[in-house]
Ligand binder design. Structure first.
Ligand code: UTP
Length: 290
């Protein structure tokens, strides 16, 4: 099956990164040399998705500029003979066809996804949360698309988590149907270790049947007044099966400062131009700090 469209919600306040996010979007914070959101856009593009709606809000127009062409910069790089950089800059604006949709108030992730209802129409679509960087030989969203094609139902990506994770993520109760695929029976947002059904956490990639929009409309806001996608999936479950899939690869949670630092170190260690010197630097640093 071909999934043509993706939604990237990027309208939140990014409060865990304050003050850095006071006047710039969290999604534009750079991990090494690329803003967080570019990792998601590239993953969608590598999964064969050519149309991307970014859910945005006031003060976040730098994302629109970033994925647009930049004639002055391109001309400057051309004049200076910096052809590698020129190619890289041009590549960014041709990664996909972009559409920007405003979420007027940050009323939660479910509400942000609902903003894309008209854009998506009646076809299955992917959702990528830019907080999560997935480093996988087969792009994570492509793995989910394959599961969607086989099982003909919405798929959420899962990862095994620990006690701390039960306070950060949605946790599912599920029936295992193959090594990596589960049929979801129930799910709860951030239950904490006492109320967690399992160690299976919902991470930031989804492929949804378009019926998710009706489910979101029926979802009541939580205690904080936010419409959670986890609660909407629970409503979707009443009418159709939903699957969970343990992805193959590595994921970095860049939604908070520690995860962001870890992602930066890990991804830099994978880059040949930094790897050796960075390893030496980290060794020295560790020797001094112990
Ligand atoms: P997060 O909860 O991680 O992002 O939502 P946040 O709210 O911006 O960050 P904190 O918790 O205050 O630090 C995951 C993704 O969903 C988007 C965010 O922009 C982020 O990319 N989001 C969240 C929306 O688009 N709208 C919302 O109402 C909430």
């Amino acid at each position: 099956m071909n999934i043509r469209k993706a939604v990237i919600p990027a309208a939140g306040f990014g409060t865990r990164f304050l003050p850095a996010t006071k006047s710039q979007p969290k999604e534009m914070l750079s991990v090494i040399d690329k803003p967080l959101i570019q990792y998601s856009v590239e993953e969608a593009a590598r999964s064969g998705i050519g149309n991307i709606a970014i859910i945005t809000s006031r003060g976040k127009s730098s994302m629109e500029d970033y994925f647009d062409t930049s004639p002055e910069l391109e001309q400057f790089l051309e004049e200076k003979g910096k052809s590698d950089l020129l190619e890289e800059v041009k590549r960014i604006s041709s990664l996909a066809e972009f559409c920007y949709i405003r979420q007027k108030k940050a009323l939660g992730l479910g509400h942000a996804i609902l903003m894309a209802e008209k854009y998506i129409g009646q076809e299955p679509f992917a959702v990528l949360l830019p907080d999560d960087i997935f480093d996988c030989p087969t792009p994570c969203v492509k793995q989910l698309v394959d599961v969607y094609s086989e099982f003909k139902g919405s798929v959420i990506v899962l990862g095994r988590t620990d006690e701390e994770g039960t306070k950060k993520y949605g946790i599912i109760k599920a029936k295992q149907i193959s090594e990596r695929v589960f049929q979801v029976e129930d799910l709860v947002e951030k239950p904490g270790p006492e109320r967690a059904f399992s160690d299976l956490a919902v991470l930031g990639r989804y492929v949804f049947h378009p019926d998710i929009f009706e489910a979101i409309k029926k979802t009541a806001p939580d205690k904080k007044g936010e419409i959670q996608i986890t609660d909407a999936i629970k409503i979707l479950l009443e009418t159709q099966p939903v699957y969970g899939y343990i992805f193959k690869g590595t994921r970095y949670d860049c939604g908070d400062k520690r995860g962001f630092i870890e992602a930066t170190i890990a991804l830099a260690l994978n880059r040949p131009e930094f790897s050796r010197r960075l390893r030496e630097f980290l060794k020295k640093l560790m020797a001094h700090s112990s």
